[in-house]
Design a protein around this ligand. Structure first.
Ligand SMILES: [Zn+2]
Length: 225
């Protein structure tokens, strides 16, 4: 490794340590010419991992992009960077195991939401509000309820949740096509969404009627440009 101080590429490893639960190795090195100490970081290069977007296009998987979305959702929440790093590691490992090299964007997003739901509910709602591109509050509330129900159902019956998952996937198609430009609007929706969440909890207690109206609104939402 080339020395950052003198550019000599002759160094000695002083210490190797596993990092991030074995997903990476940190090496402390010393330059044999000038004595400068520096650290290198080694991890598996997942250069074959691609994300298959809803519109059929492929893009390179970016750990930074995934991690930044999660960090943004966790701002000012009692979640450490360590927890976020390990959450990202877990998701990447899961995607790596489940898919050859093309990871459907929907699966990636669902995995993030599932893990965020376990980590911090506010972060989960923020992420969901950006990721799902909601067009109105009813749709938002309805989707959050559906996800929470699906999450509970996964531990009870994987078959039933898989059927619901297909439905959610079809609903997702319309929202994904609206694309990246909606992200900025999504941030506004996020701030409104936090208020909506508090109101939403009240609405939830008012029960099933609100959910049925929400589903209707969702179907109307599909046709929206
Ligand atoms: Zn040196």
């Amino acid at each position: 490794m080339r020395c950052p101080a003198c550019s000599e590429d002759d160094d000695k490893v002083l210490e190797s340590r596993l990092s991030r639960g074995g997903a990476a190795i940190r090496r402390r090195r010393v330059c044999l010419r000038c004595g400068r100490r520096f650290t290198t970081y080694e991890e598996i290069l997942r250069d074959s991992m691609l994300v298959l977007k809803r519109n059929g296009s492929l893009e390179e998987f970016s750990r930074a992009k995934l991690e930044n979305g999660i960090i943004r959702s966790c701002l000012k929440r009692p979640v450490s960077m360590r927890r976020i790093t390990s959450l990202v590691d877990g998701i990447i490992e899961e995607m790596d195991e489940r898919f050859e090299n093309e990871v459907p964007a929907q699966e990636l997003g669902d995995a993030v939401m599932r893990e965020l739901l376990k980590l911090d509910e506010v972060a989960y709602v923020r992420y969901a509000s950006i990721y799902r591109h909601f067009s109105n509050v009813e749709q938002f509330i309805s989707e959050i309820r559906a996800l929470r129900t699906a999450d509970t159902a996964i531990s009870e019956s994987s078959g039933a949740s898989a059927e619901r998952g297909e439905g959610a996937e079809r609903r997702g198609e319309g929202t994904e096509r609206r694309g990246e430009g909606t992200e900025r609007r999504g941030e506004g929706a996020e701030r409104r969404g936090e208020g909506a969440e508090r109101r939403g909890e009240g609405a939830e207690r008012r029960g099933e009627g609100a959910e049925r109206r929400g589903e209707g609104a969702e179907r109307r939402g599909e046709g929206a440009p």
